[in-house]
Design a protein around this ligand. Structure first.
Ligand code: CA
Length: 226
């Protein structure tokens, strides 16, 4: 999962980042509303944690502008005040949930899981394609006989491939979704992780393979030789 944190209080922003990293989520942090809006509009996030009181553009405006631009990324608003008005205003502007500061990390994480699940049409704990299953709760890839753990980037790439089996997933999409727009990662980073995944699929003795579609991307498919 990739999370955007928009919070101007640096210590809190850092703490939020650590909470997300503890779950092996990838996190980007920005400190004002304008940057928050720009990052949010990249569409690469699974959820956004958005403070209300922010410089340049407040949180209400950020979420209102996002929704006006048809961006549906789930948003959790953080408010320092527990006034009902702020909560109602946030939800009216298009936020999915809110949390009052101070909060406990466990509650924030539960809400992040809930809103990111809601975005999909069905609640998924597992993706399956042919003889291979990807467990979304513990980063495990397995077949009937064997299982193996995936690193965070391997997991993100495998999840993208398994969401659309037999369909070409452009390398560019993988780069942006897994490494982010601000990263200086290059095409060969993707190639390296694809080669890791191929080794793991081989270890699992799966019939599934990752085919390279030259100059375009990758496709998860059944190995025709099996
Ligand atoms: Ca603030």
């Amino acid at each position: 999962m990739r999370i955007l944190v928009v919070e101007d209080e640096e210590r809190l922003a850092e703490a939020l980042g650590e909470i997300m990293k503890s779950q092996r989520y990838t996190v980007d942090i920005v400190h004002d509303g304008e940057s928050g809006y720009d990052y949010a509009m990249s569409g690469i996030y699974d959820a956004i944690i958005l403070d209300v009181l922010l410089p340049k553009m407040d949180g209400f405006e950020v979420v209102r502008n996002m929704r006006a631009a048809h961006n549906t990324t789930p948003v959790i608003m953080l408010t320092a005040r527990d006034g009902t008005e702020d909560k109602i205003k946030g939800l009216d502007c298009g936020a999915d949930d809110y949390l009052t500061k101070p909060f406990i990390p466990g509650e924030l994480l539960a809400r992040v899981r809930a809103v990111s699940r809601r975005q999909g049409e069905v609640v998924l704990n597992e993706l399956q394609f042919e003889d291979v299953k990807l467990d979304l709760s513990n980063y495990t890839l397995r077949t009937e006989q064997r299982s193996i753990n995936l690193g965070p980037k391997e997991f993100d790439i495998m999840r993208m491939l398994m969401f659309s089996p037999n369909v070409i997933v452009p390398k560019e999409d993988i780069l942006v979704k897994v490494w982010g727009t601000e990263s200086d990662a290059e095409d060969n980073n993707v190639e390296v992780y694809i080669s890791f995944l191929r080794k793991k699929l081989k270890h699992l003795t799966s019939h599934v393979q990752i085919a390279t579609i030259r100059r375009i991307g990758y496709r998860l498919e059944v190995n025709p030789d099996c």
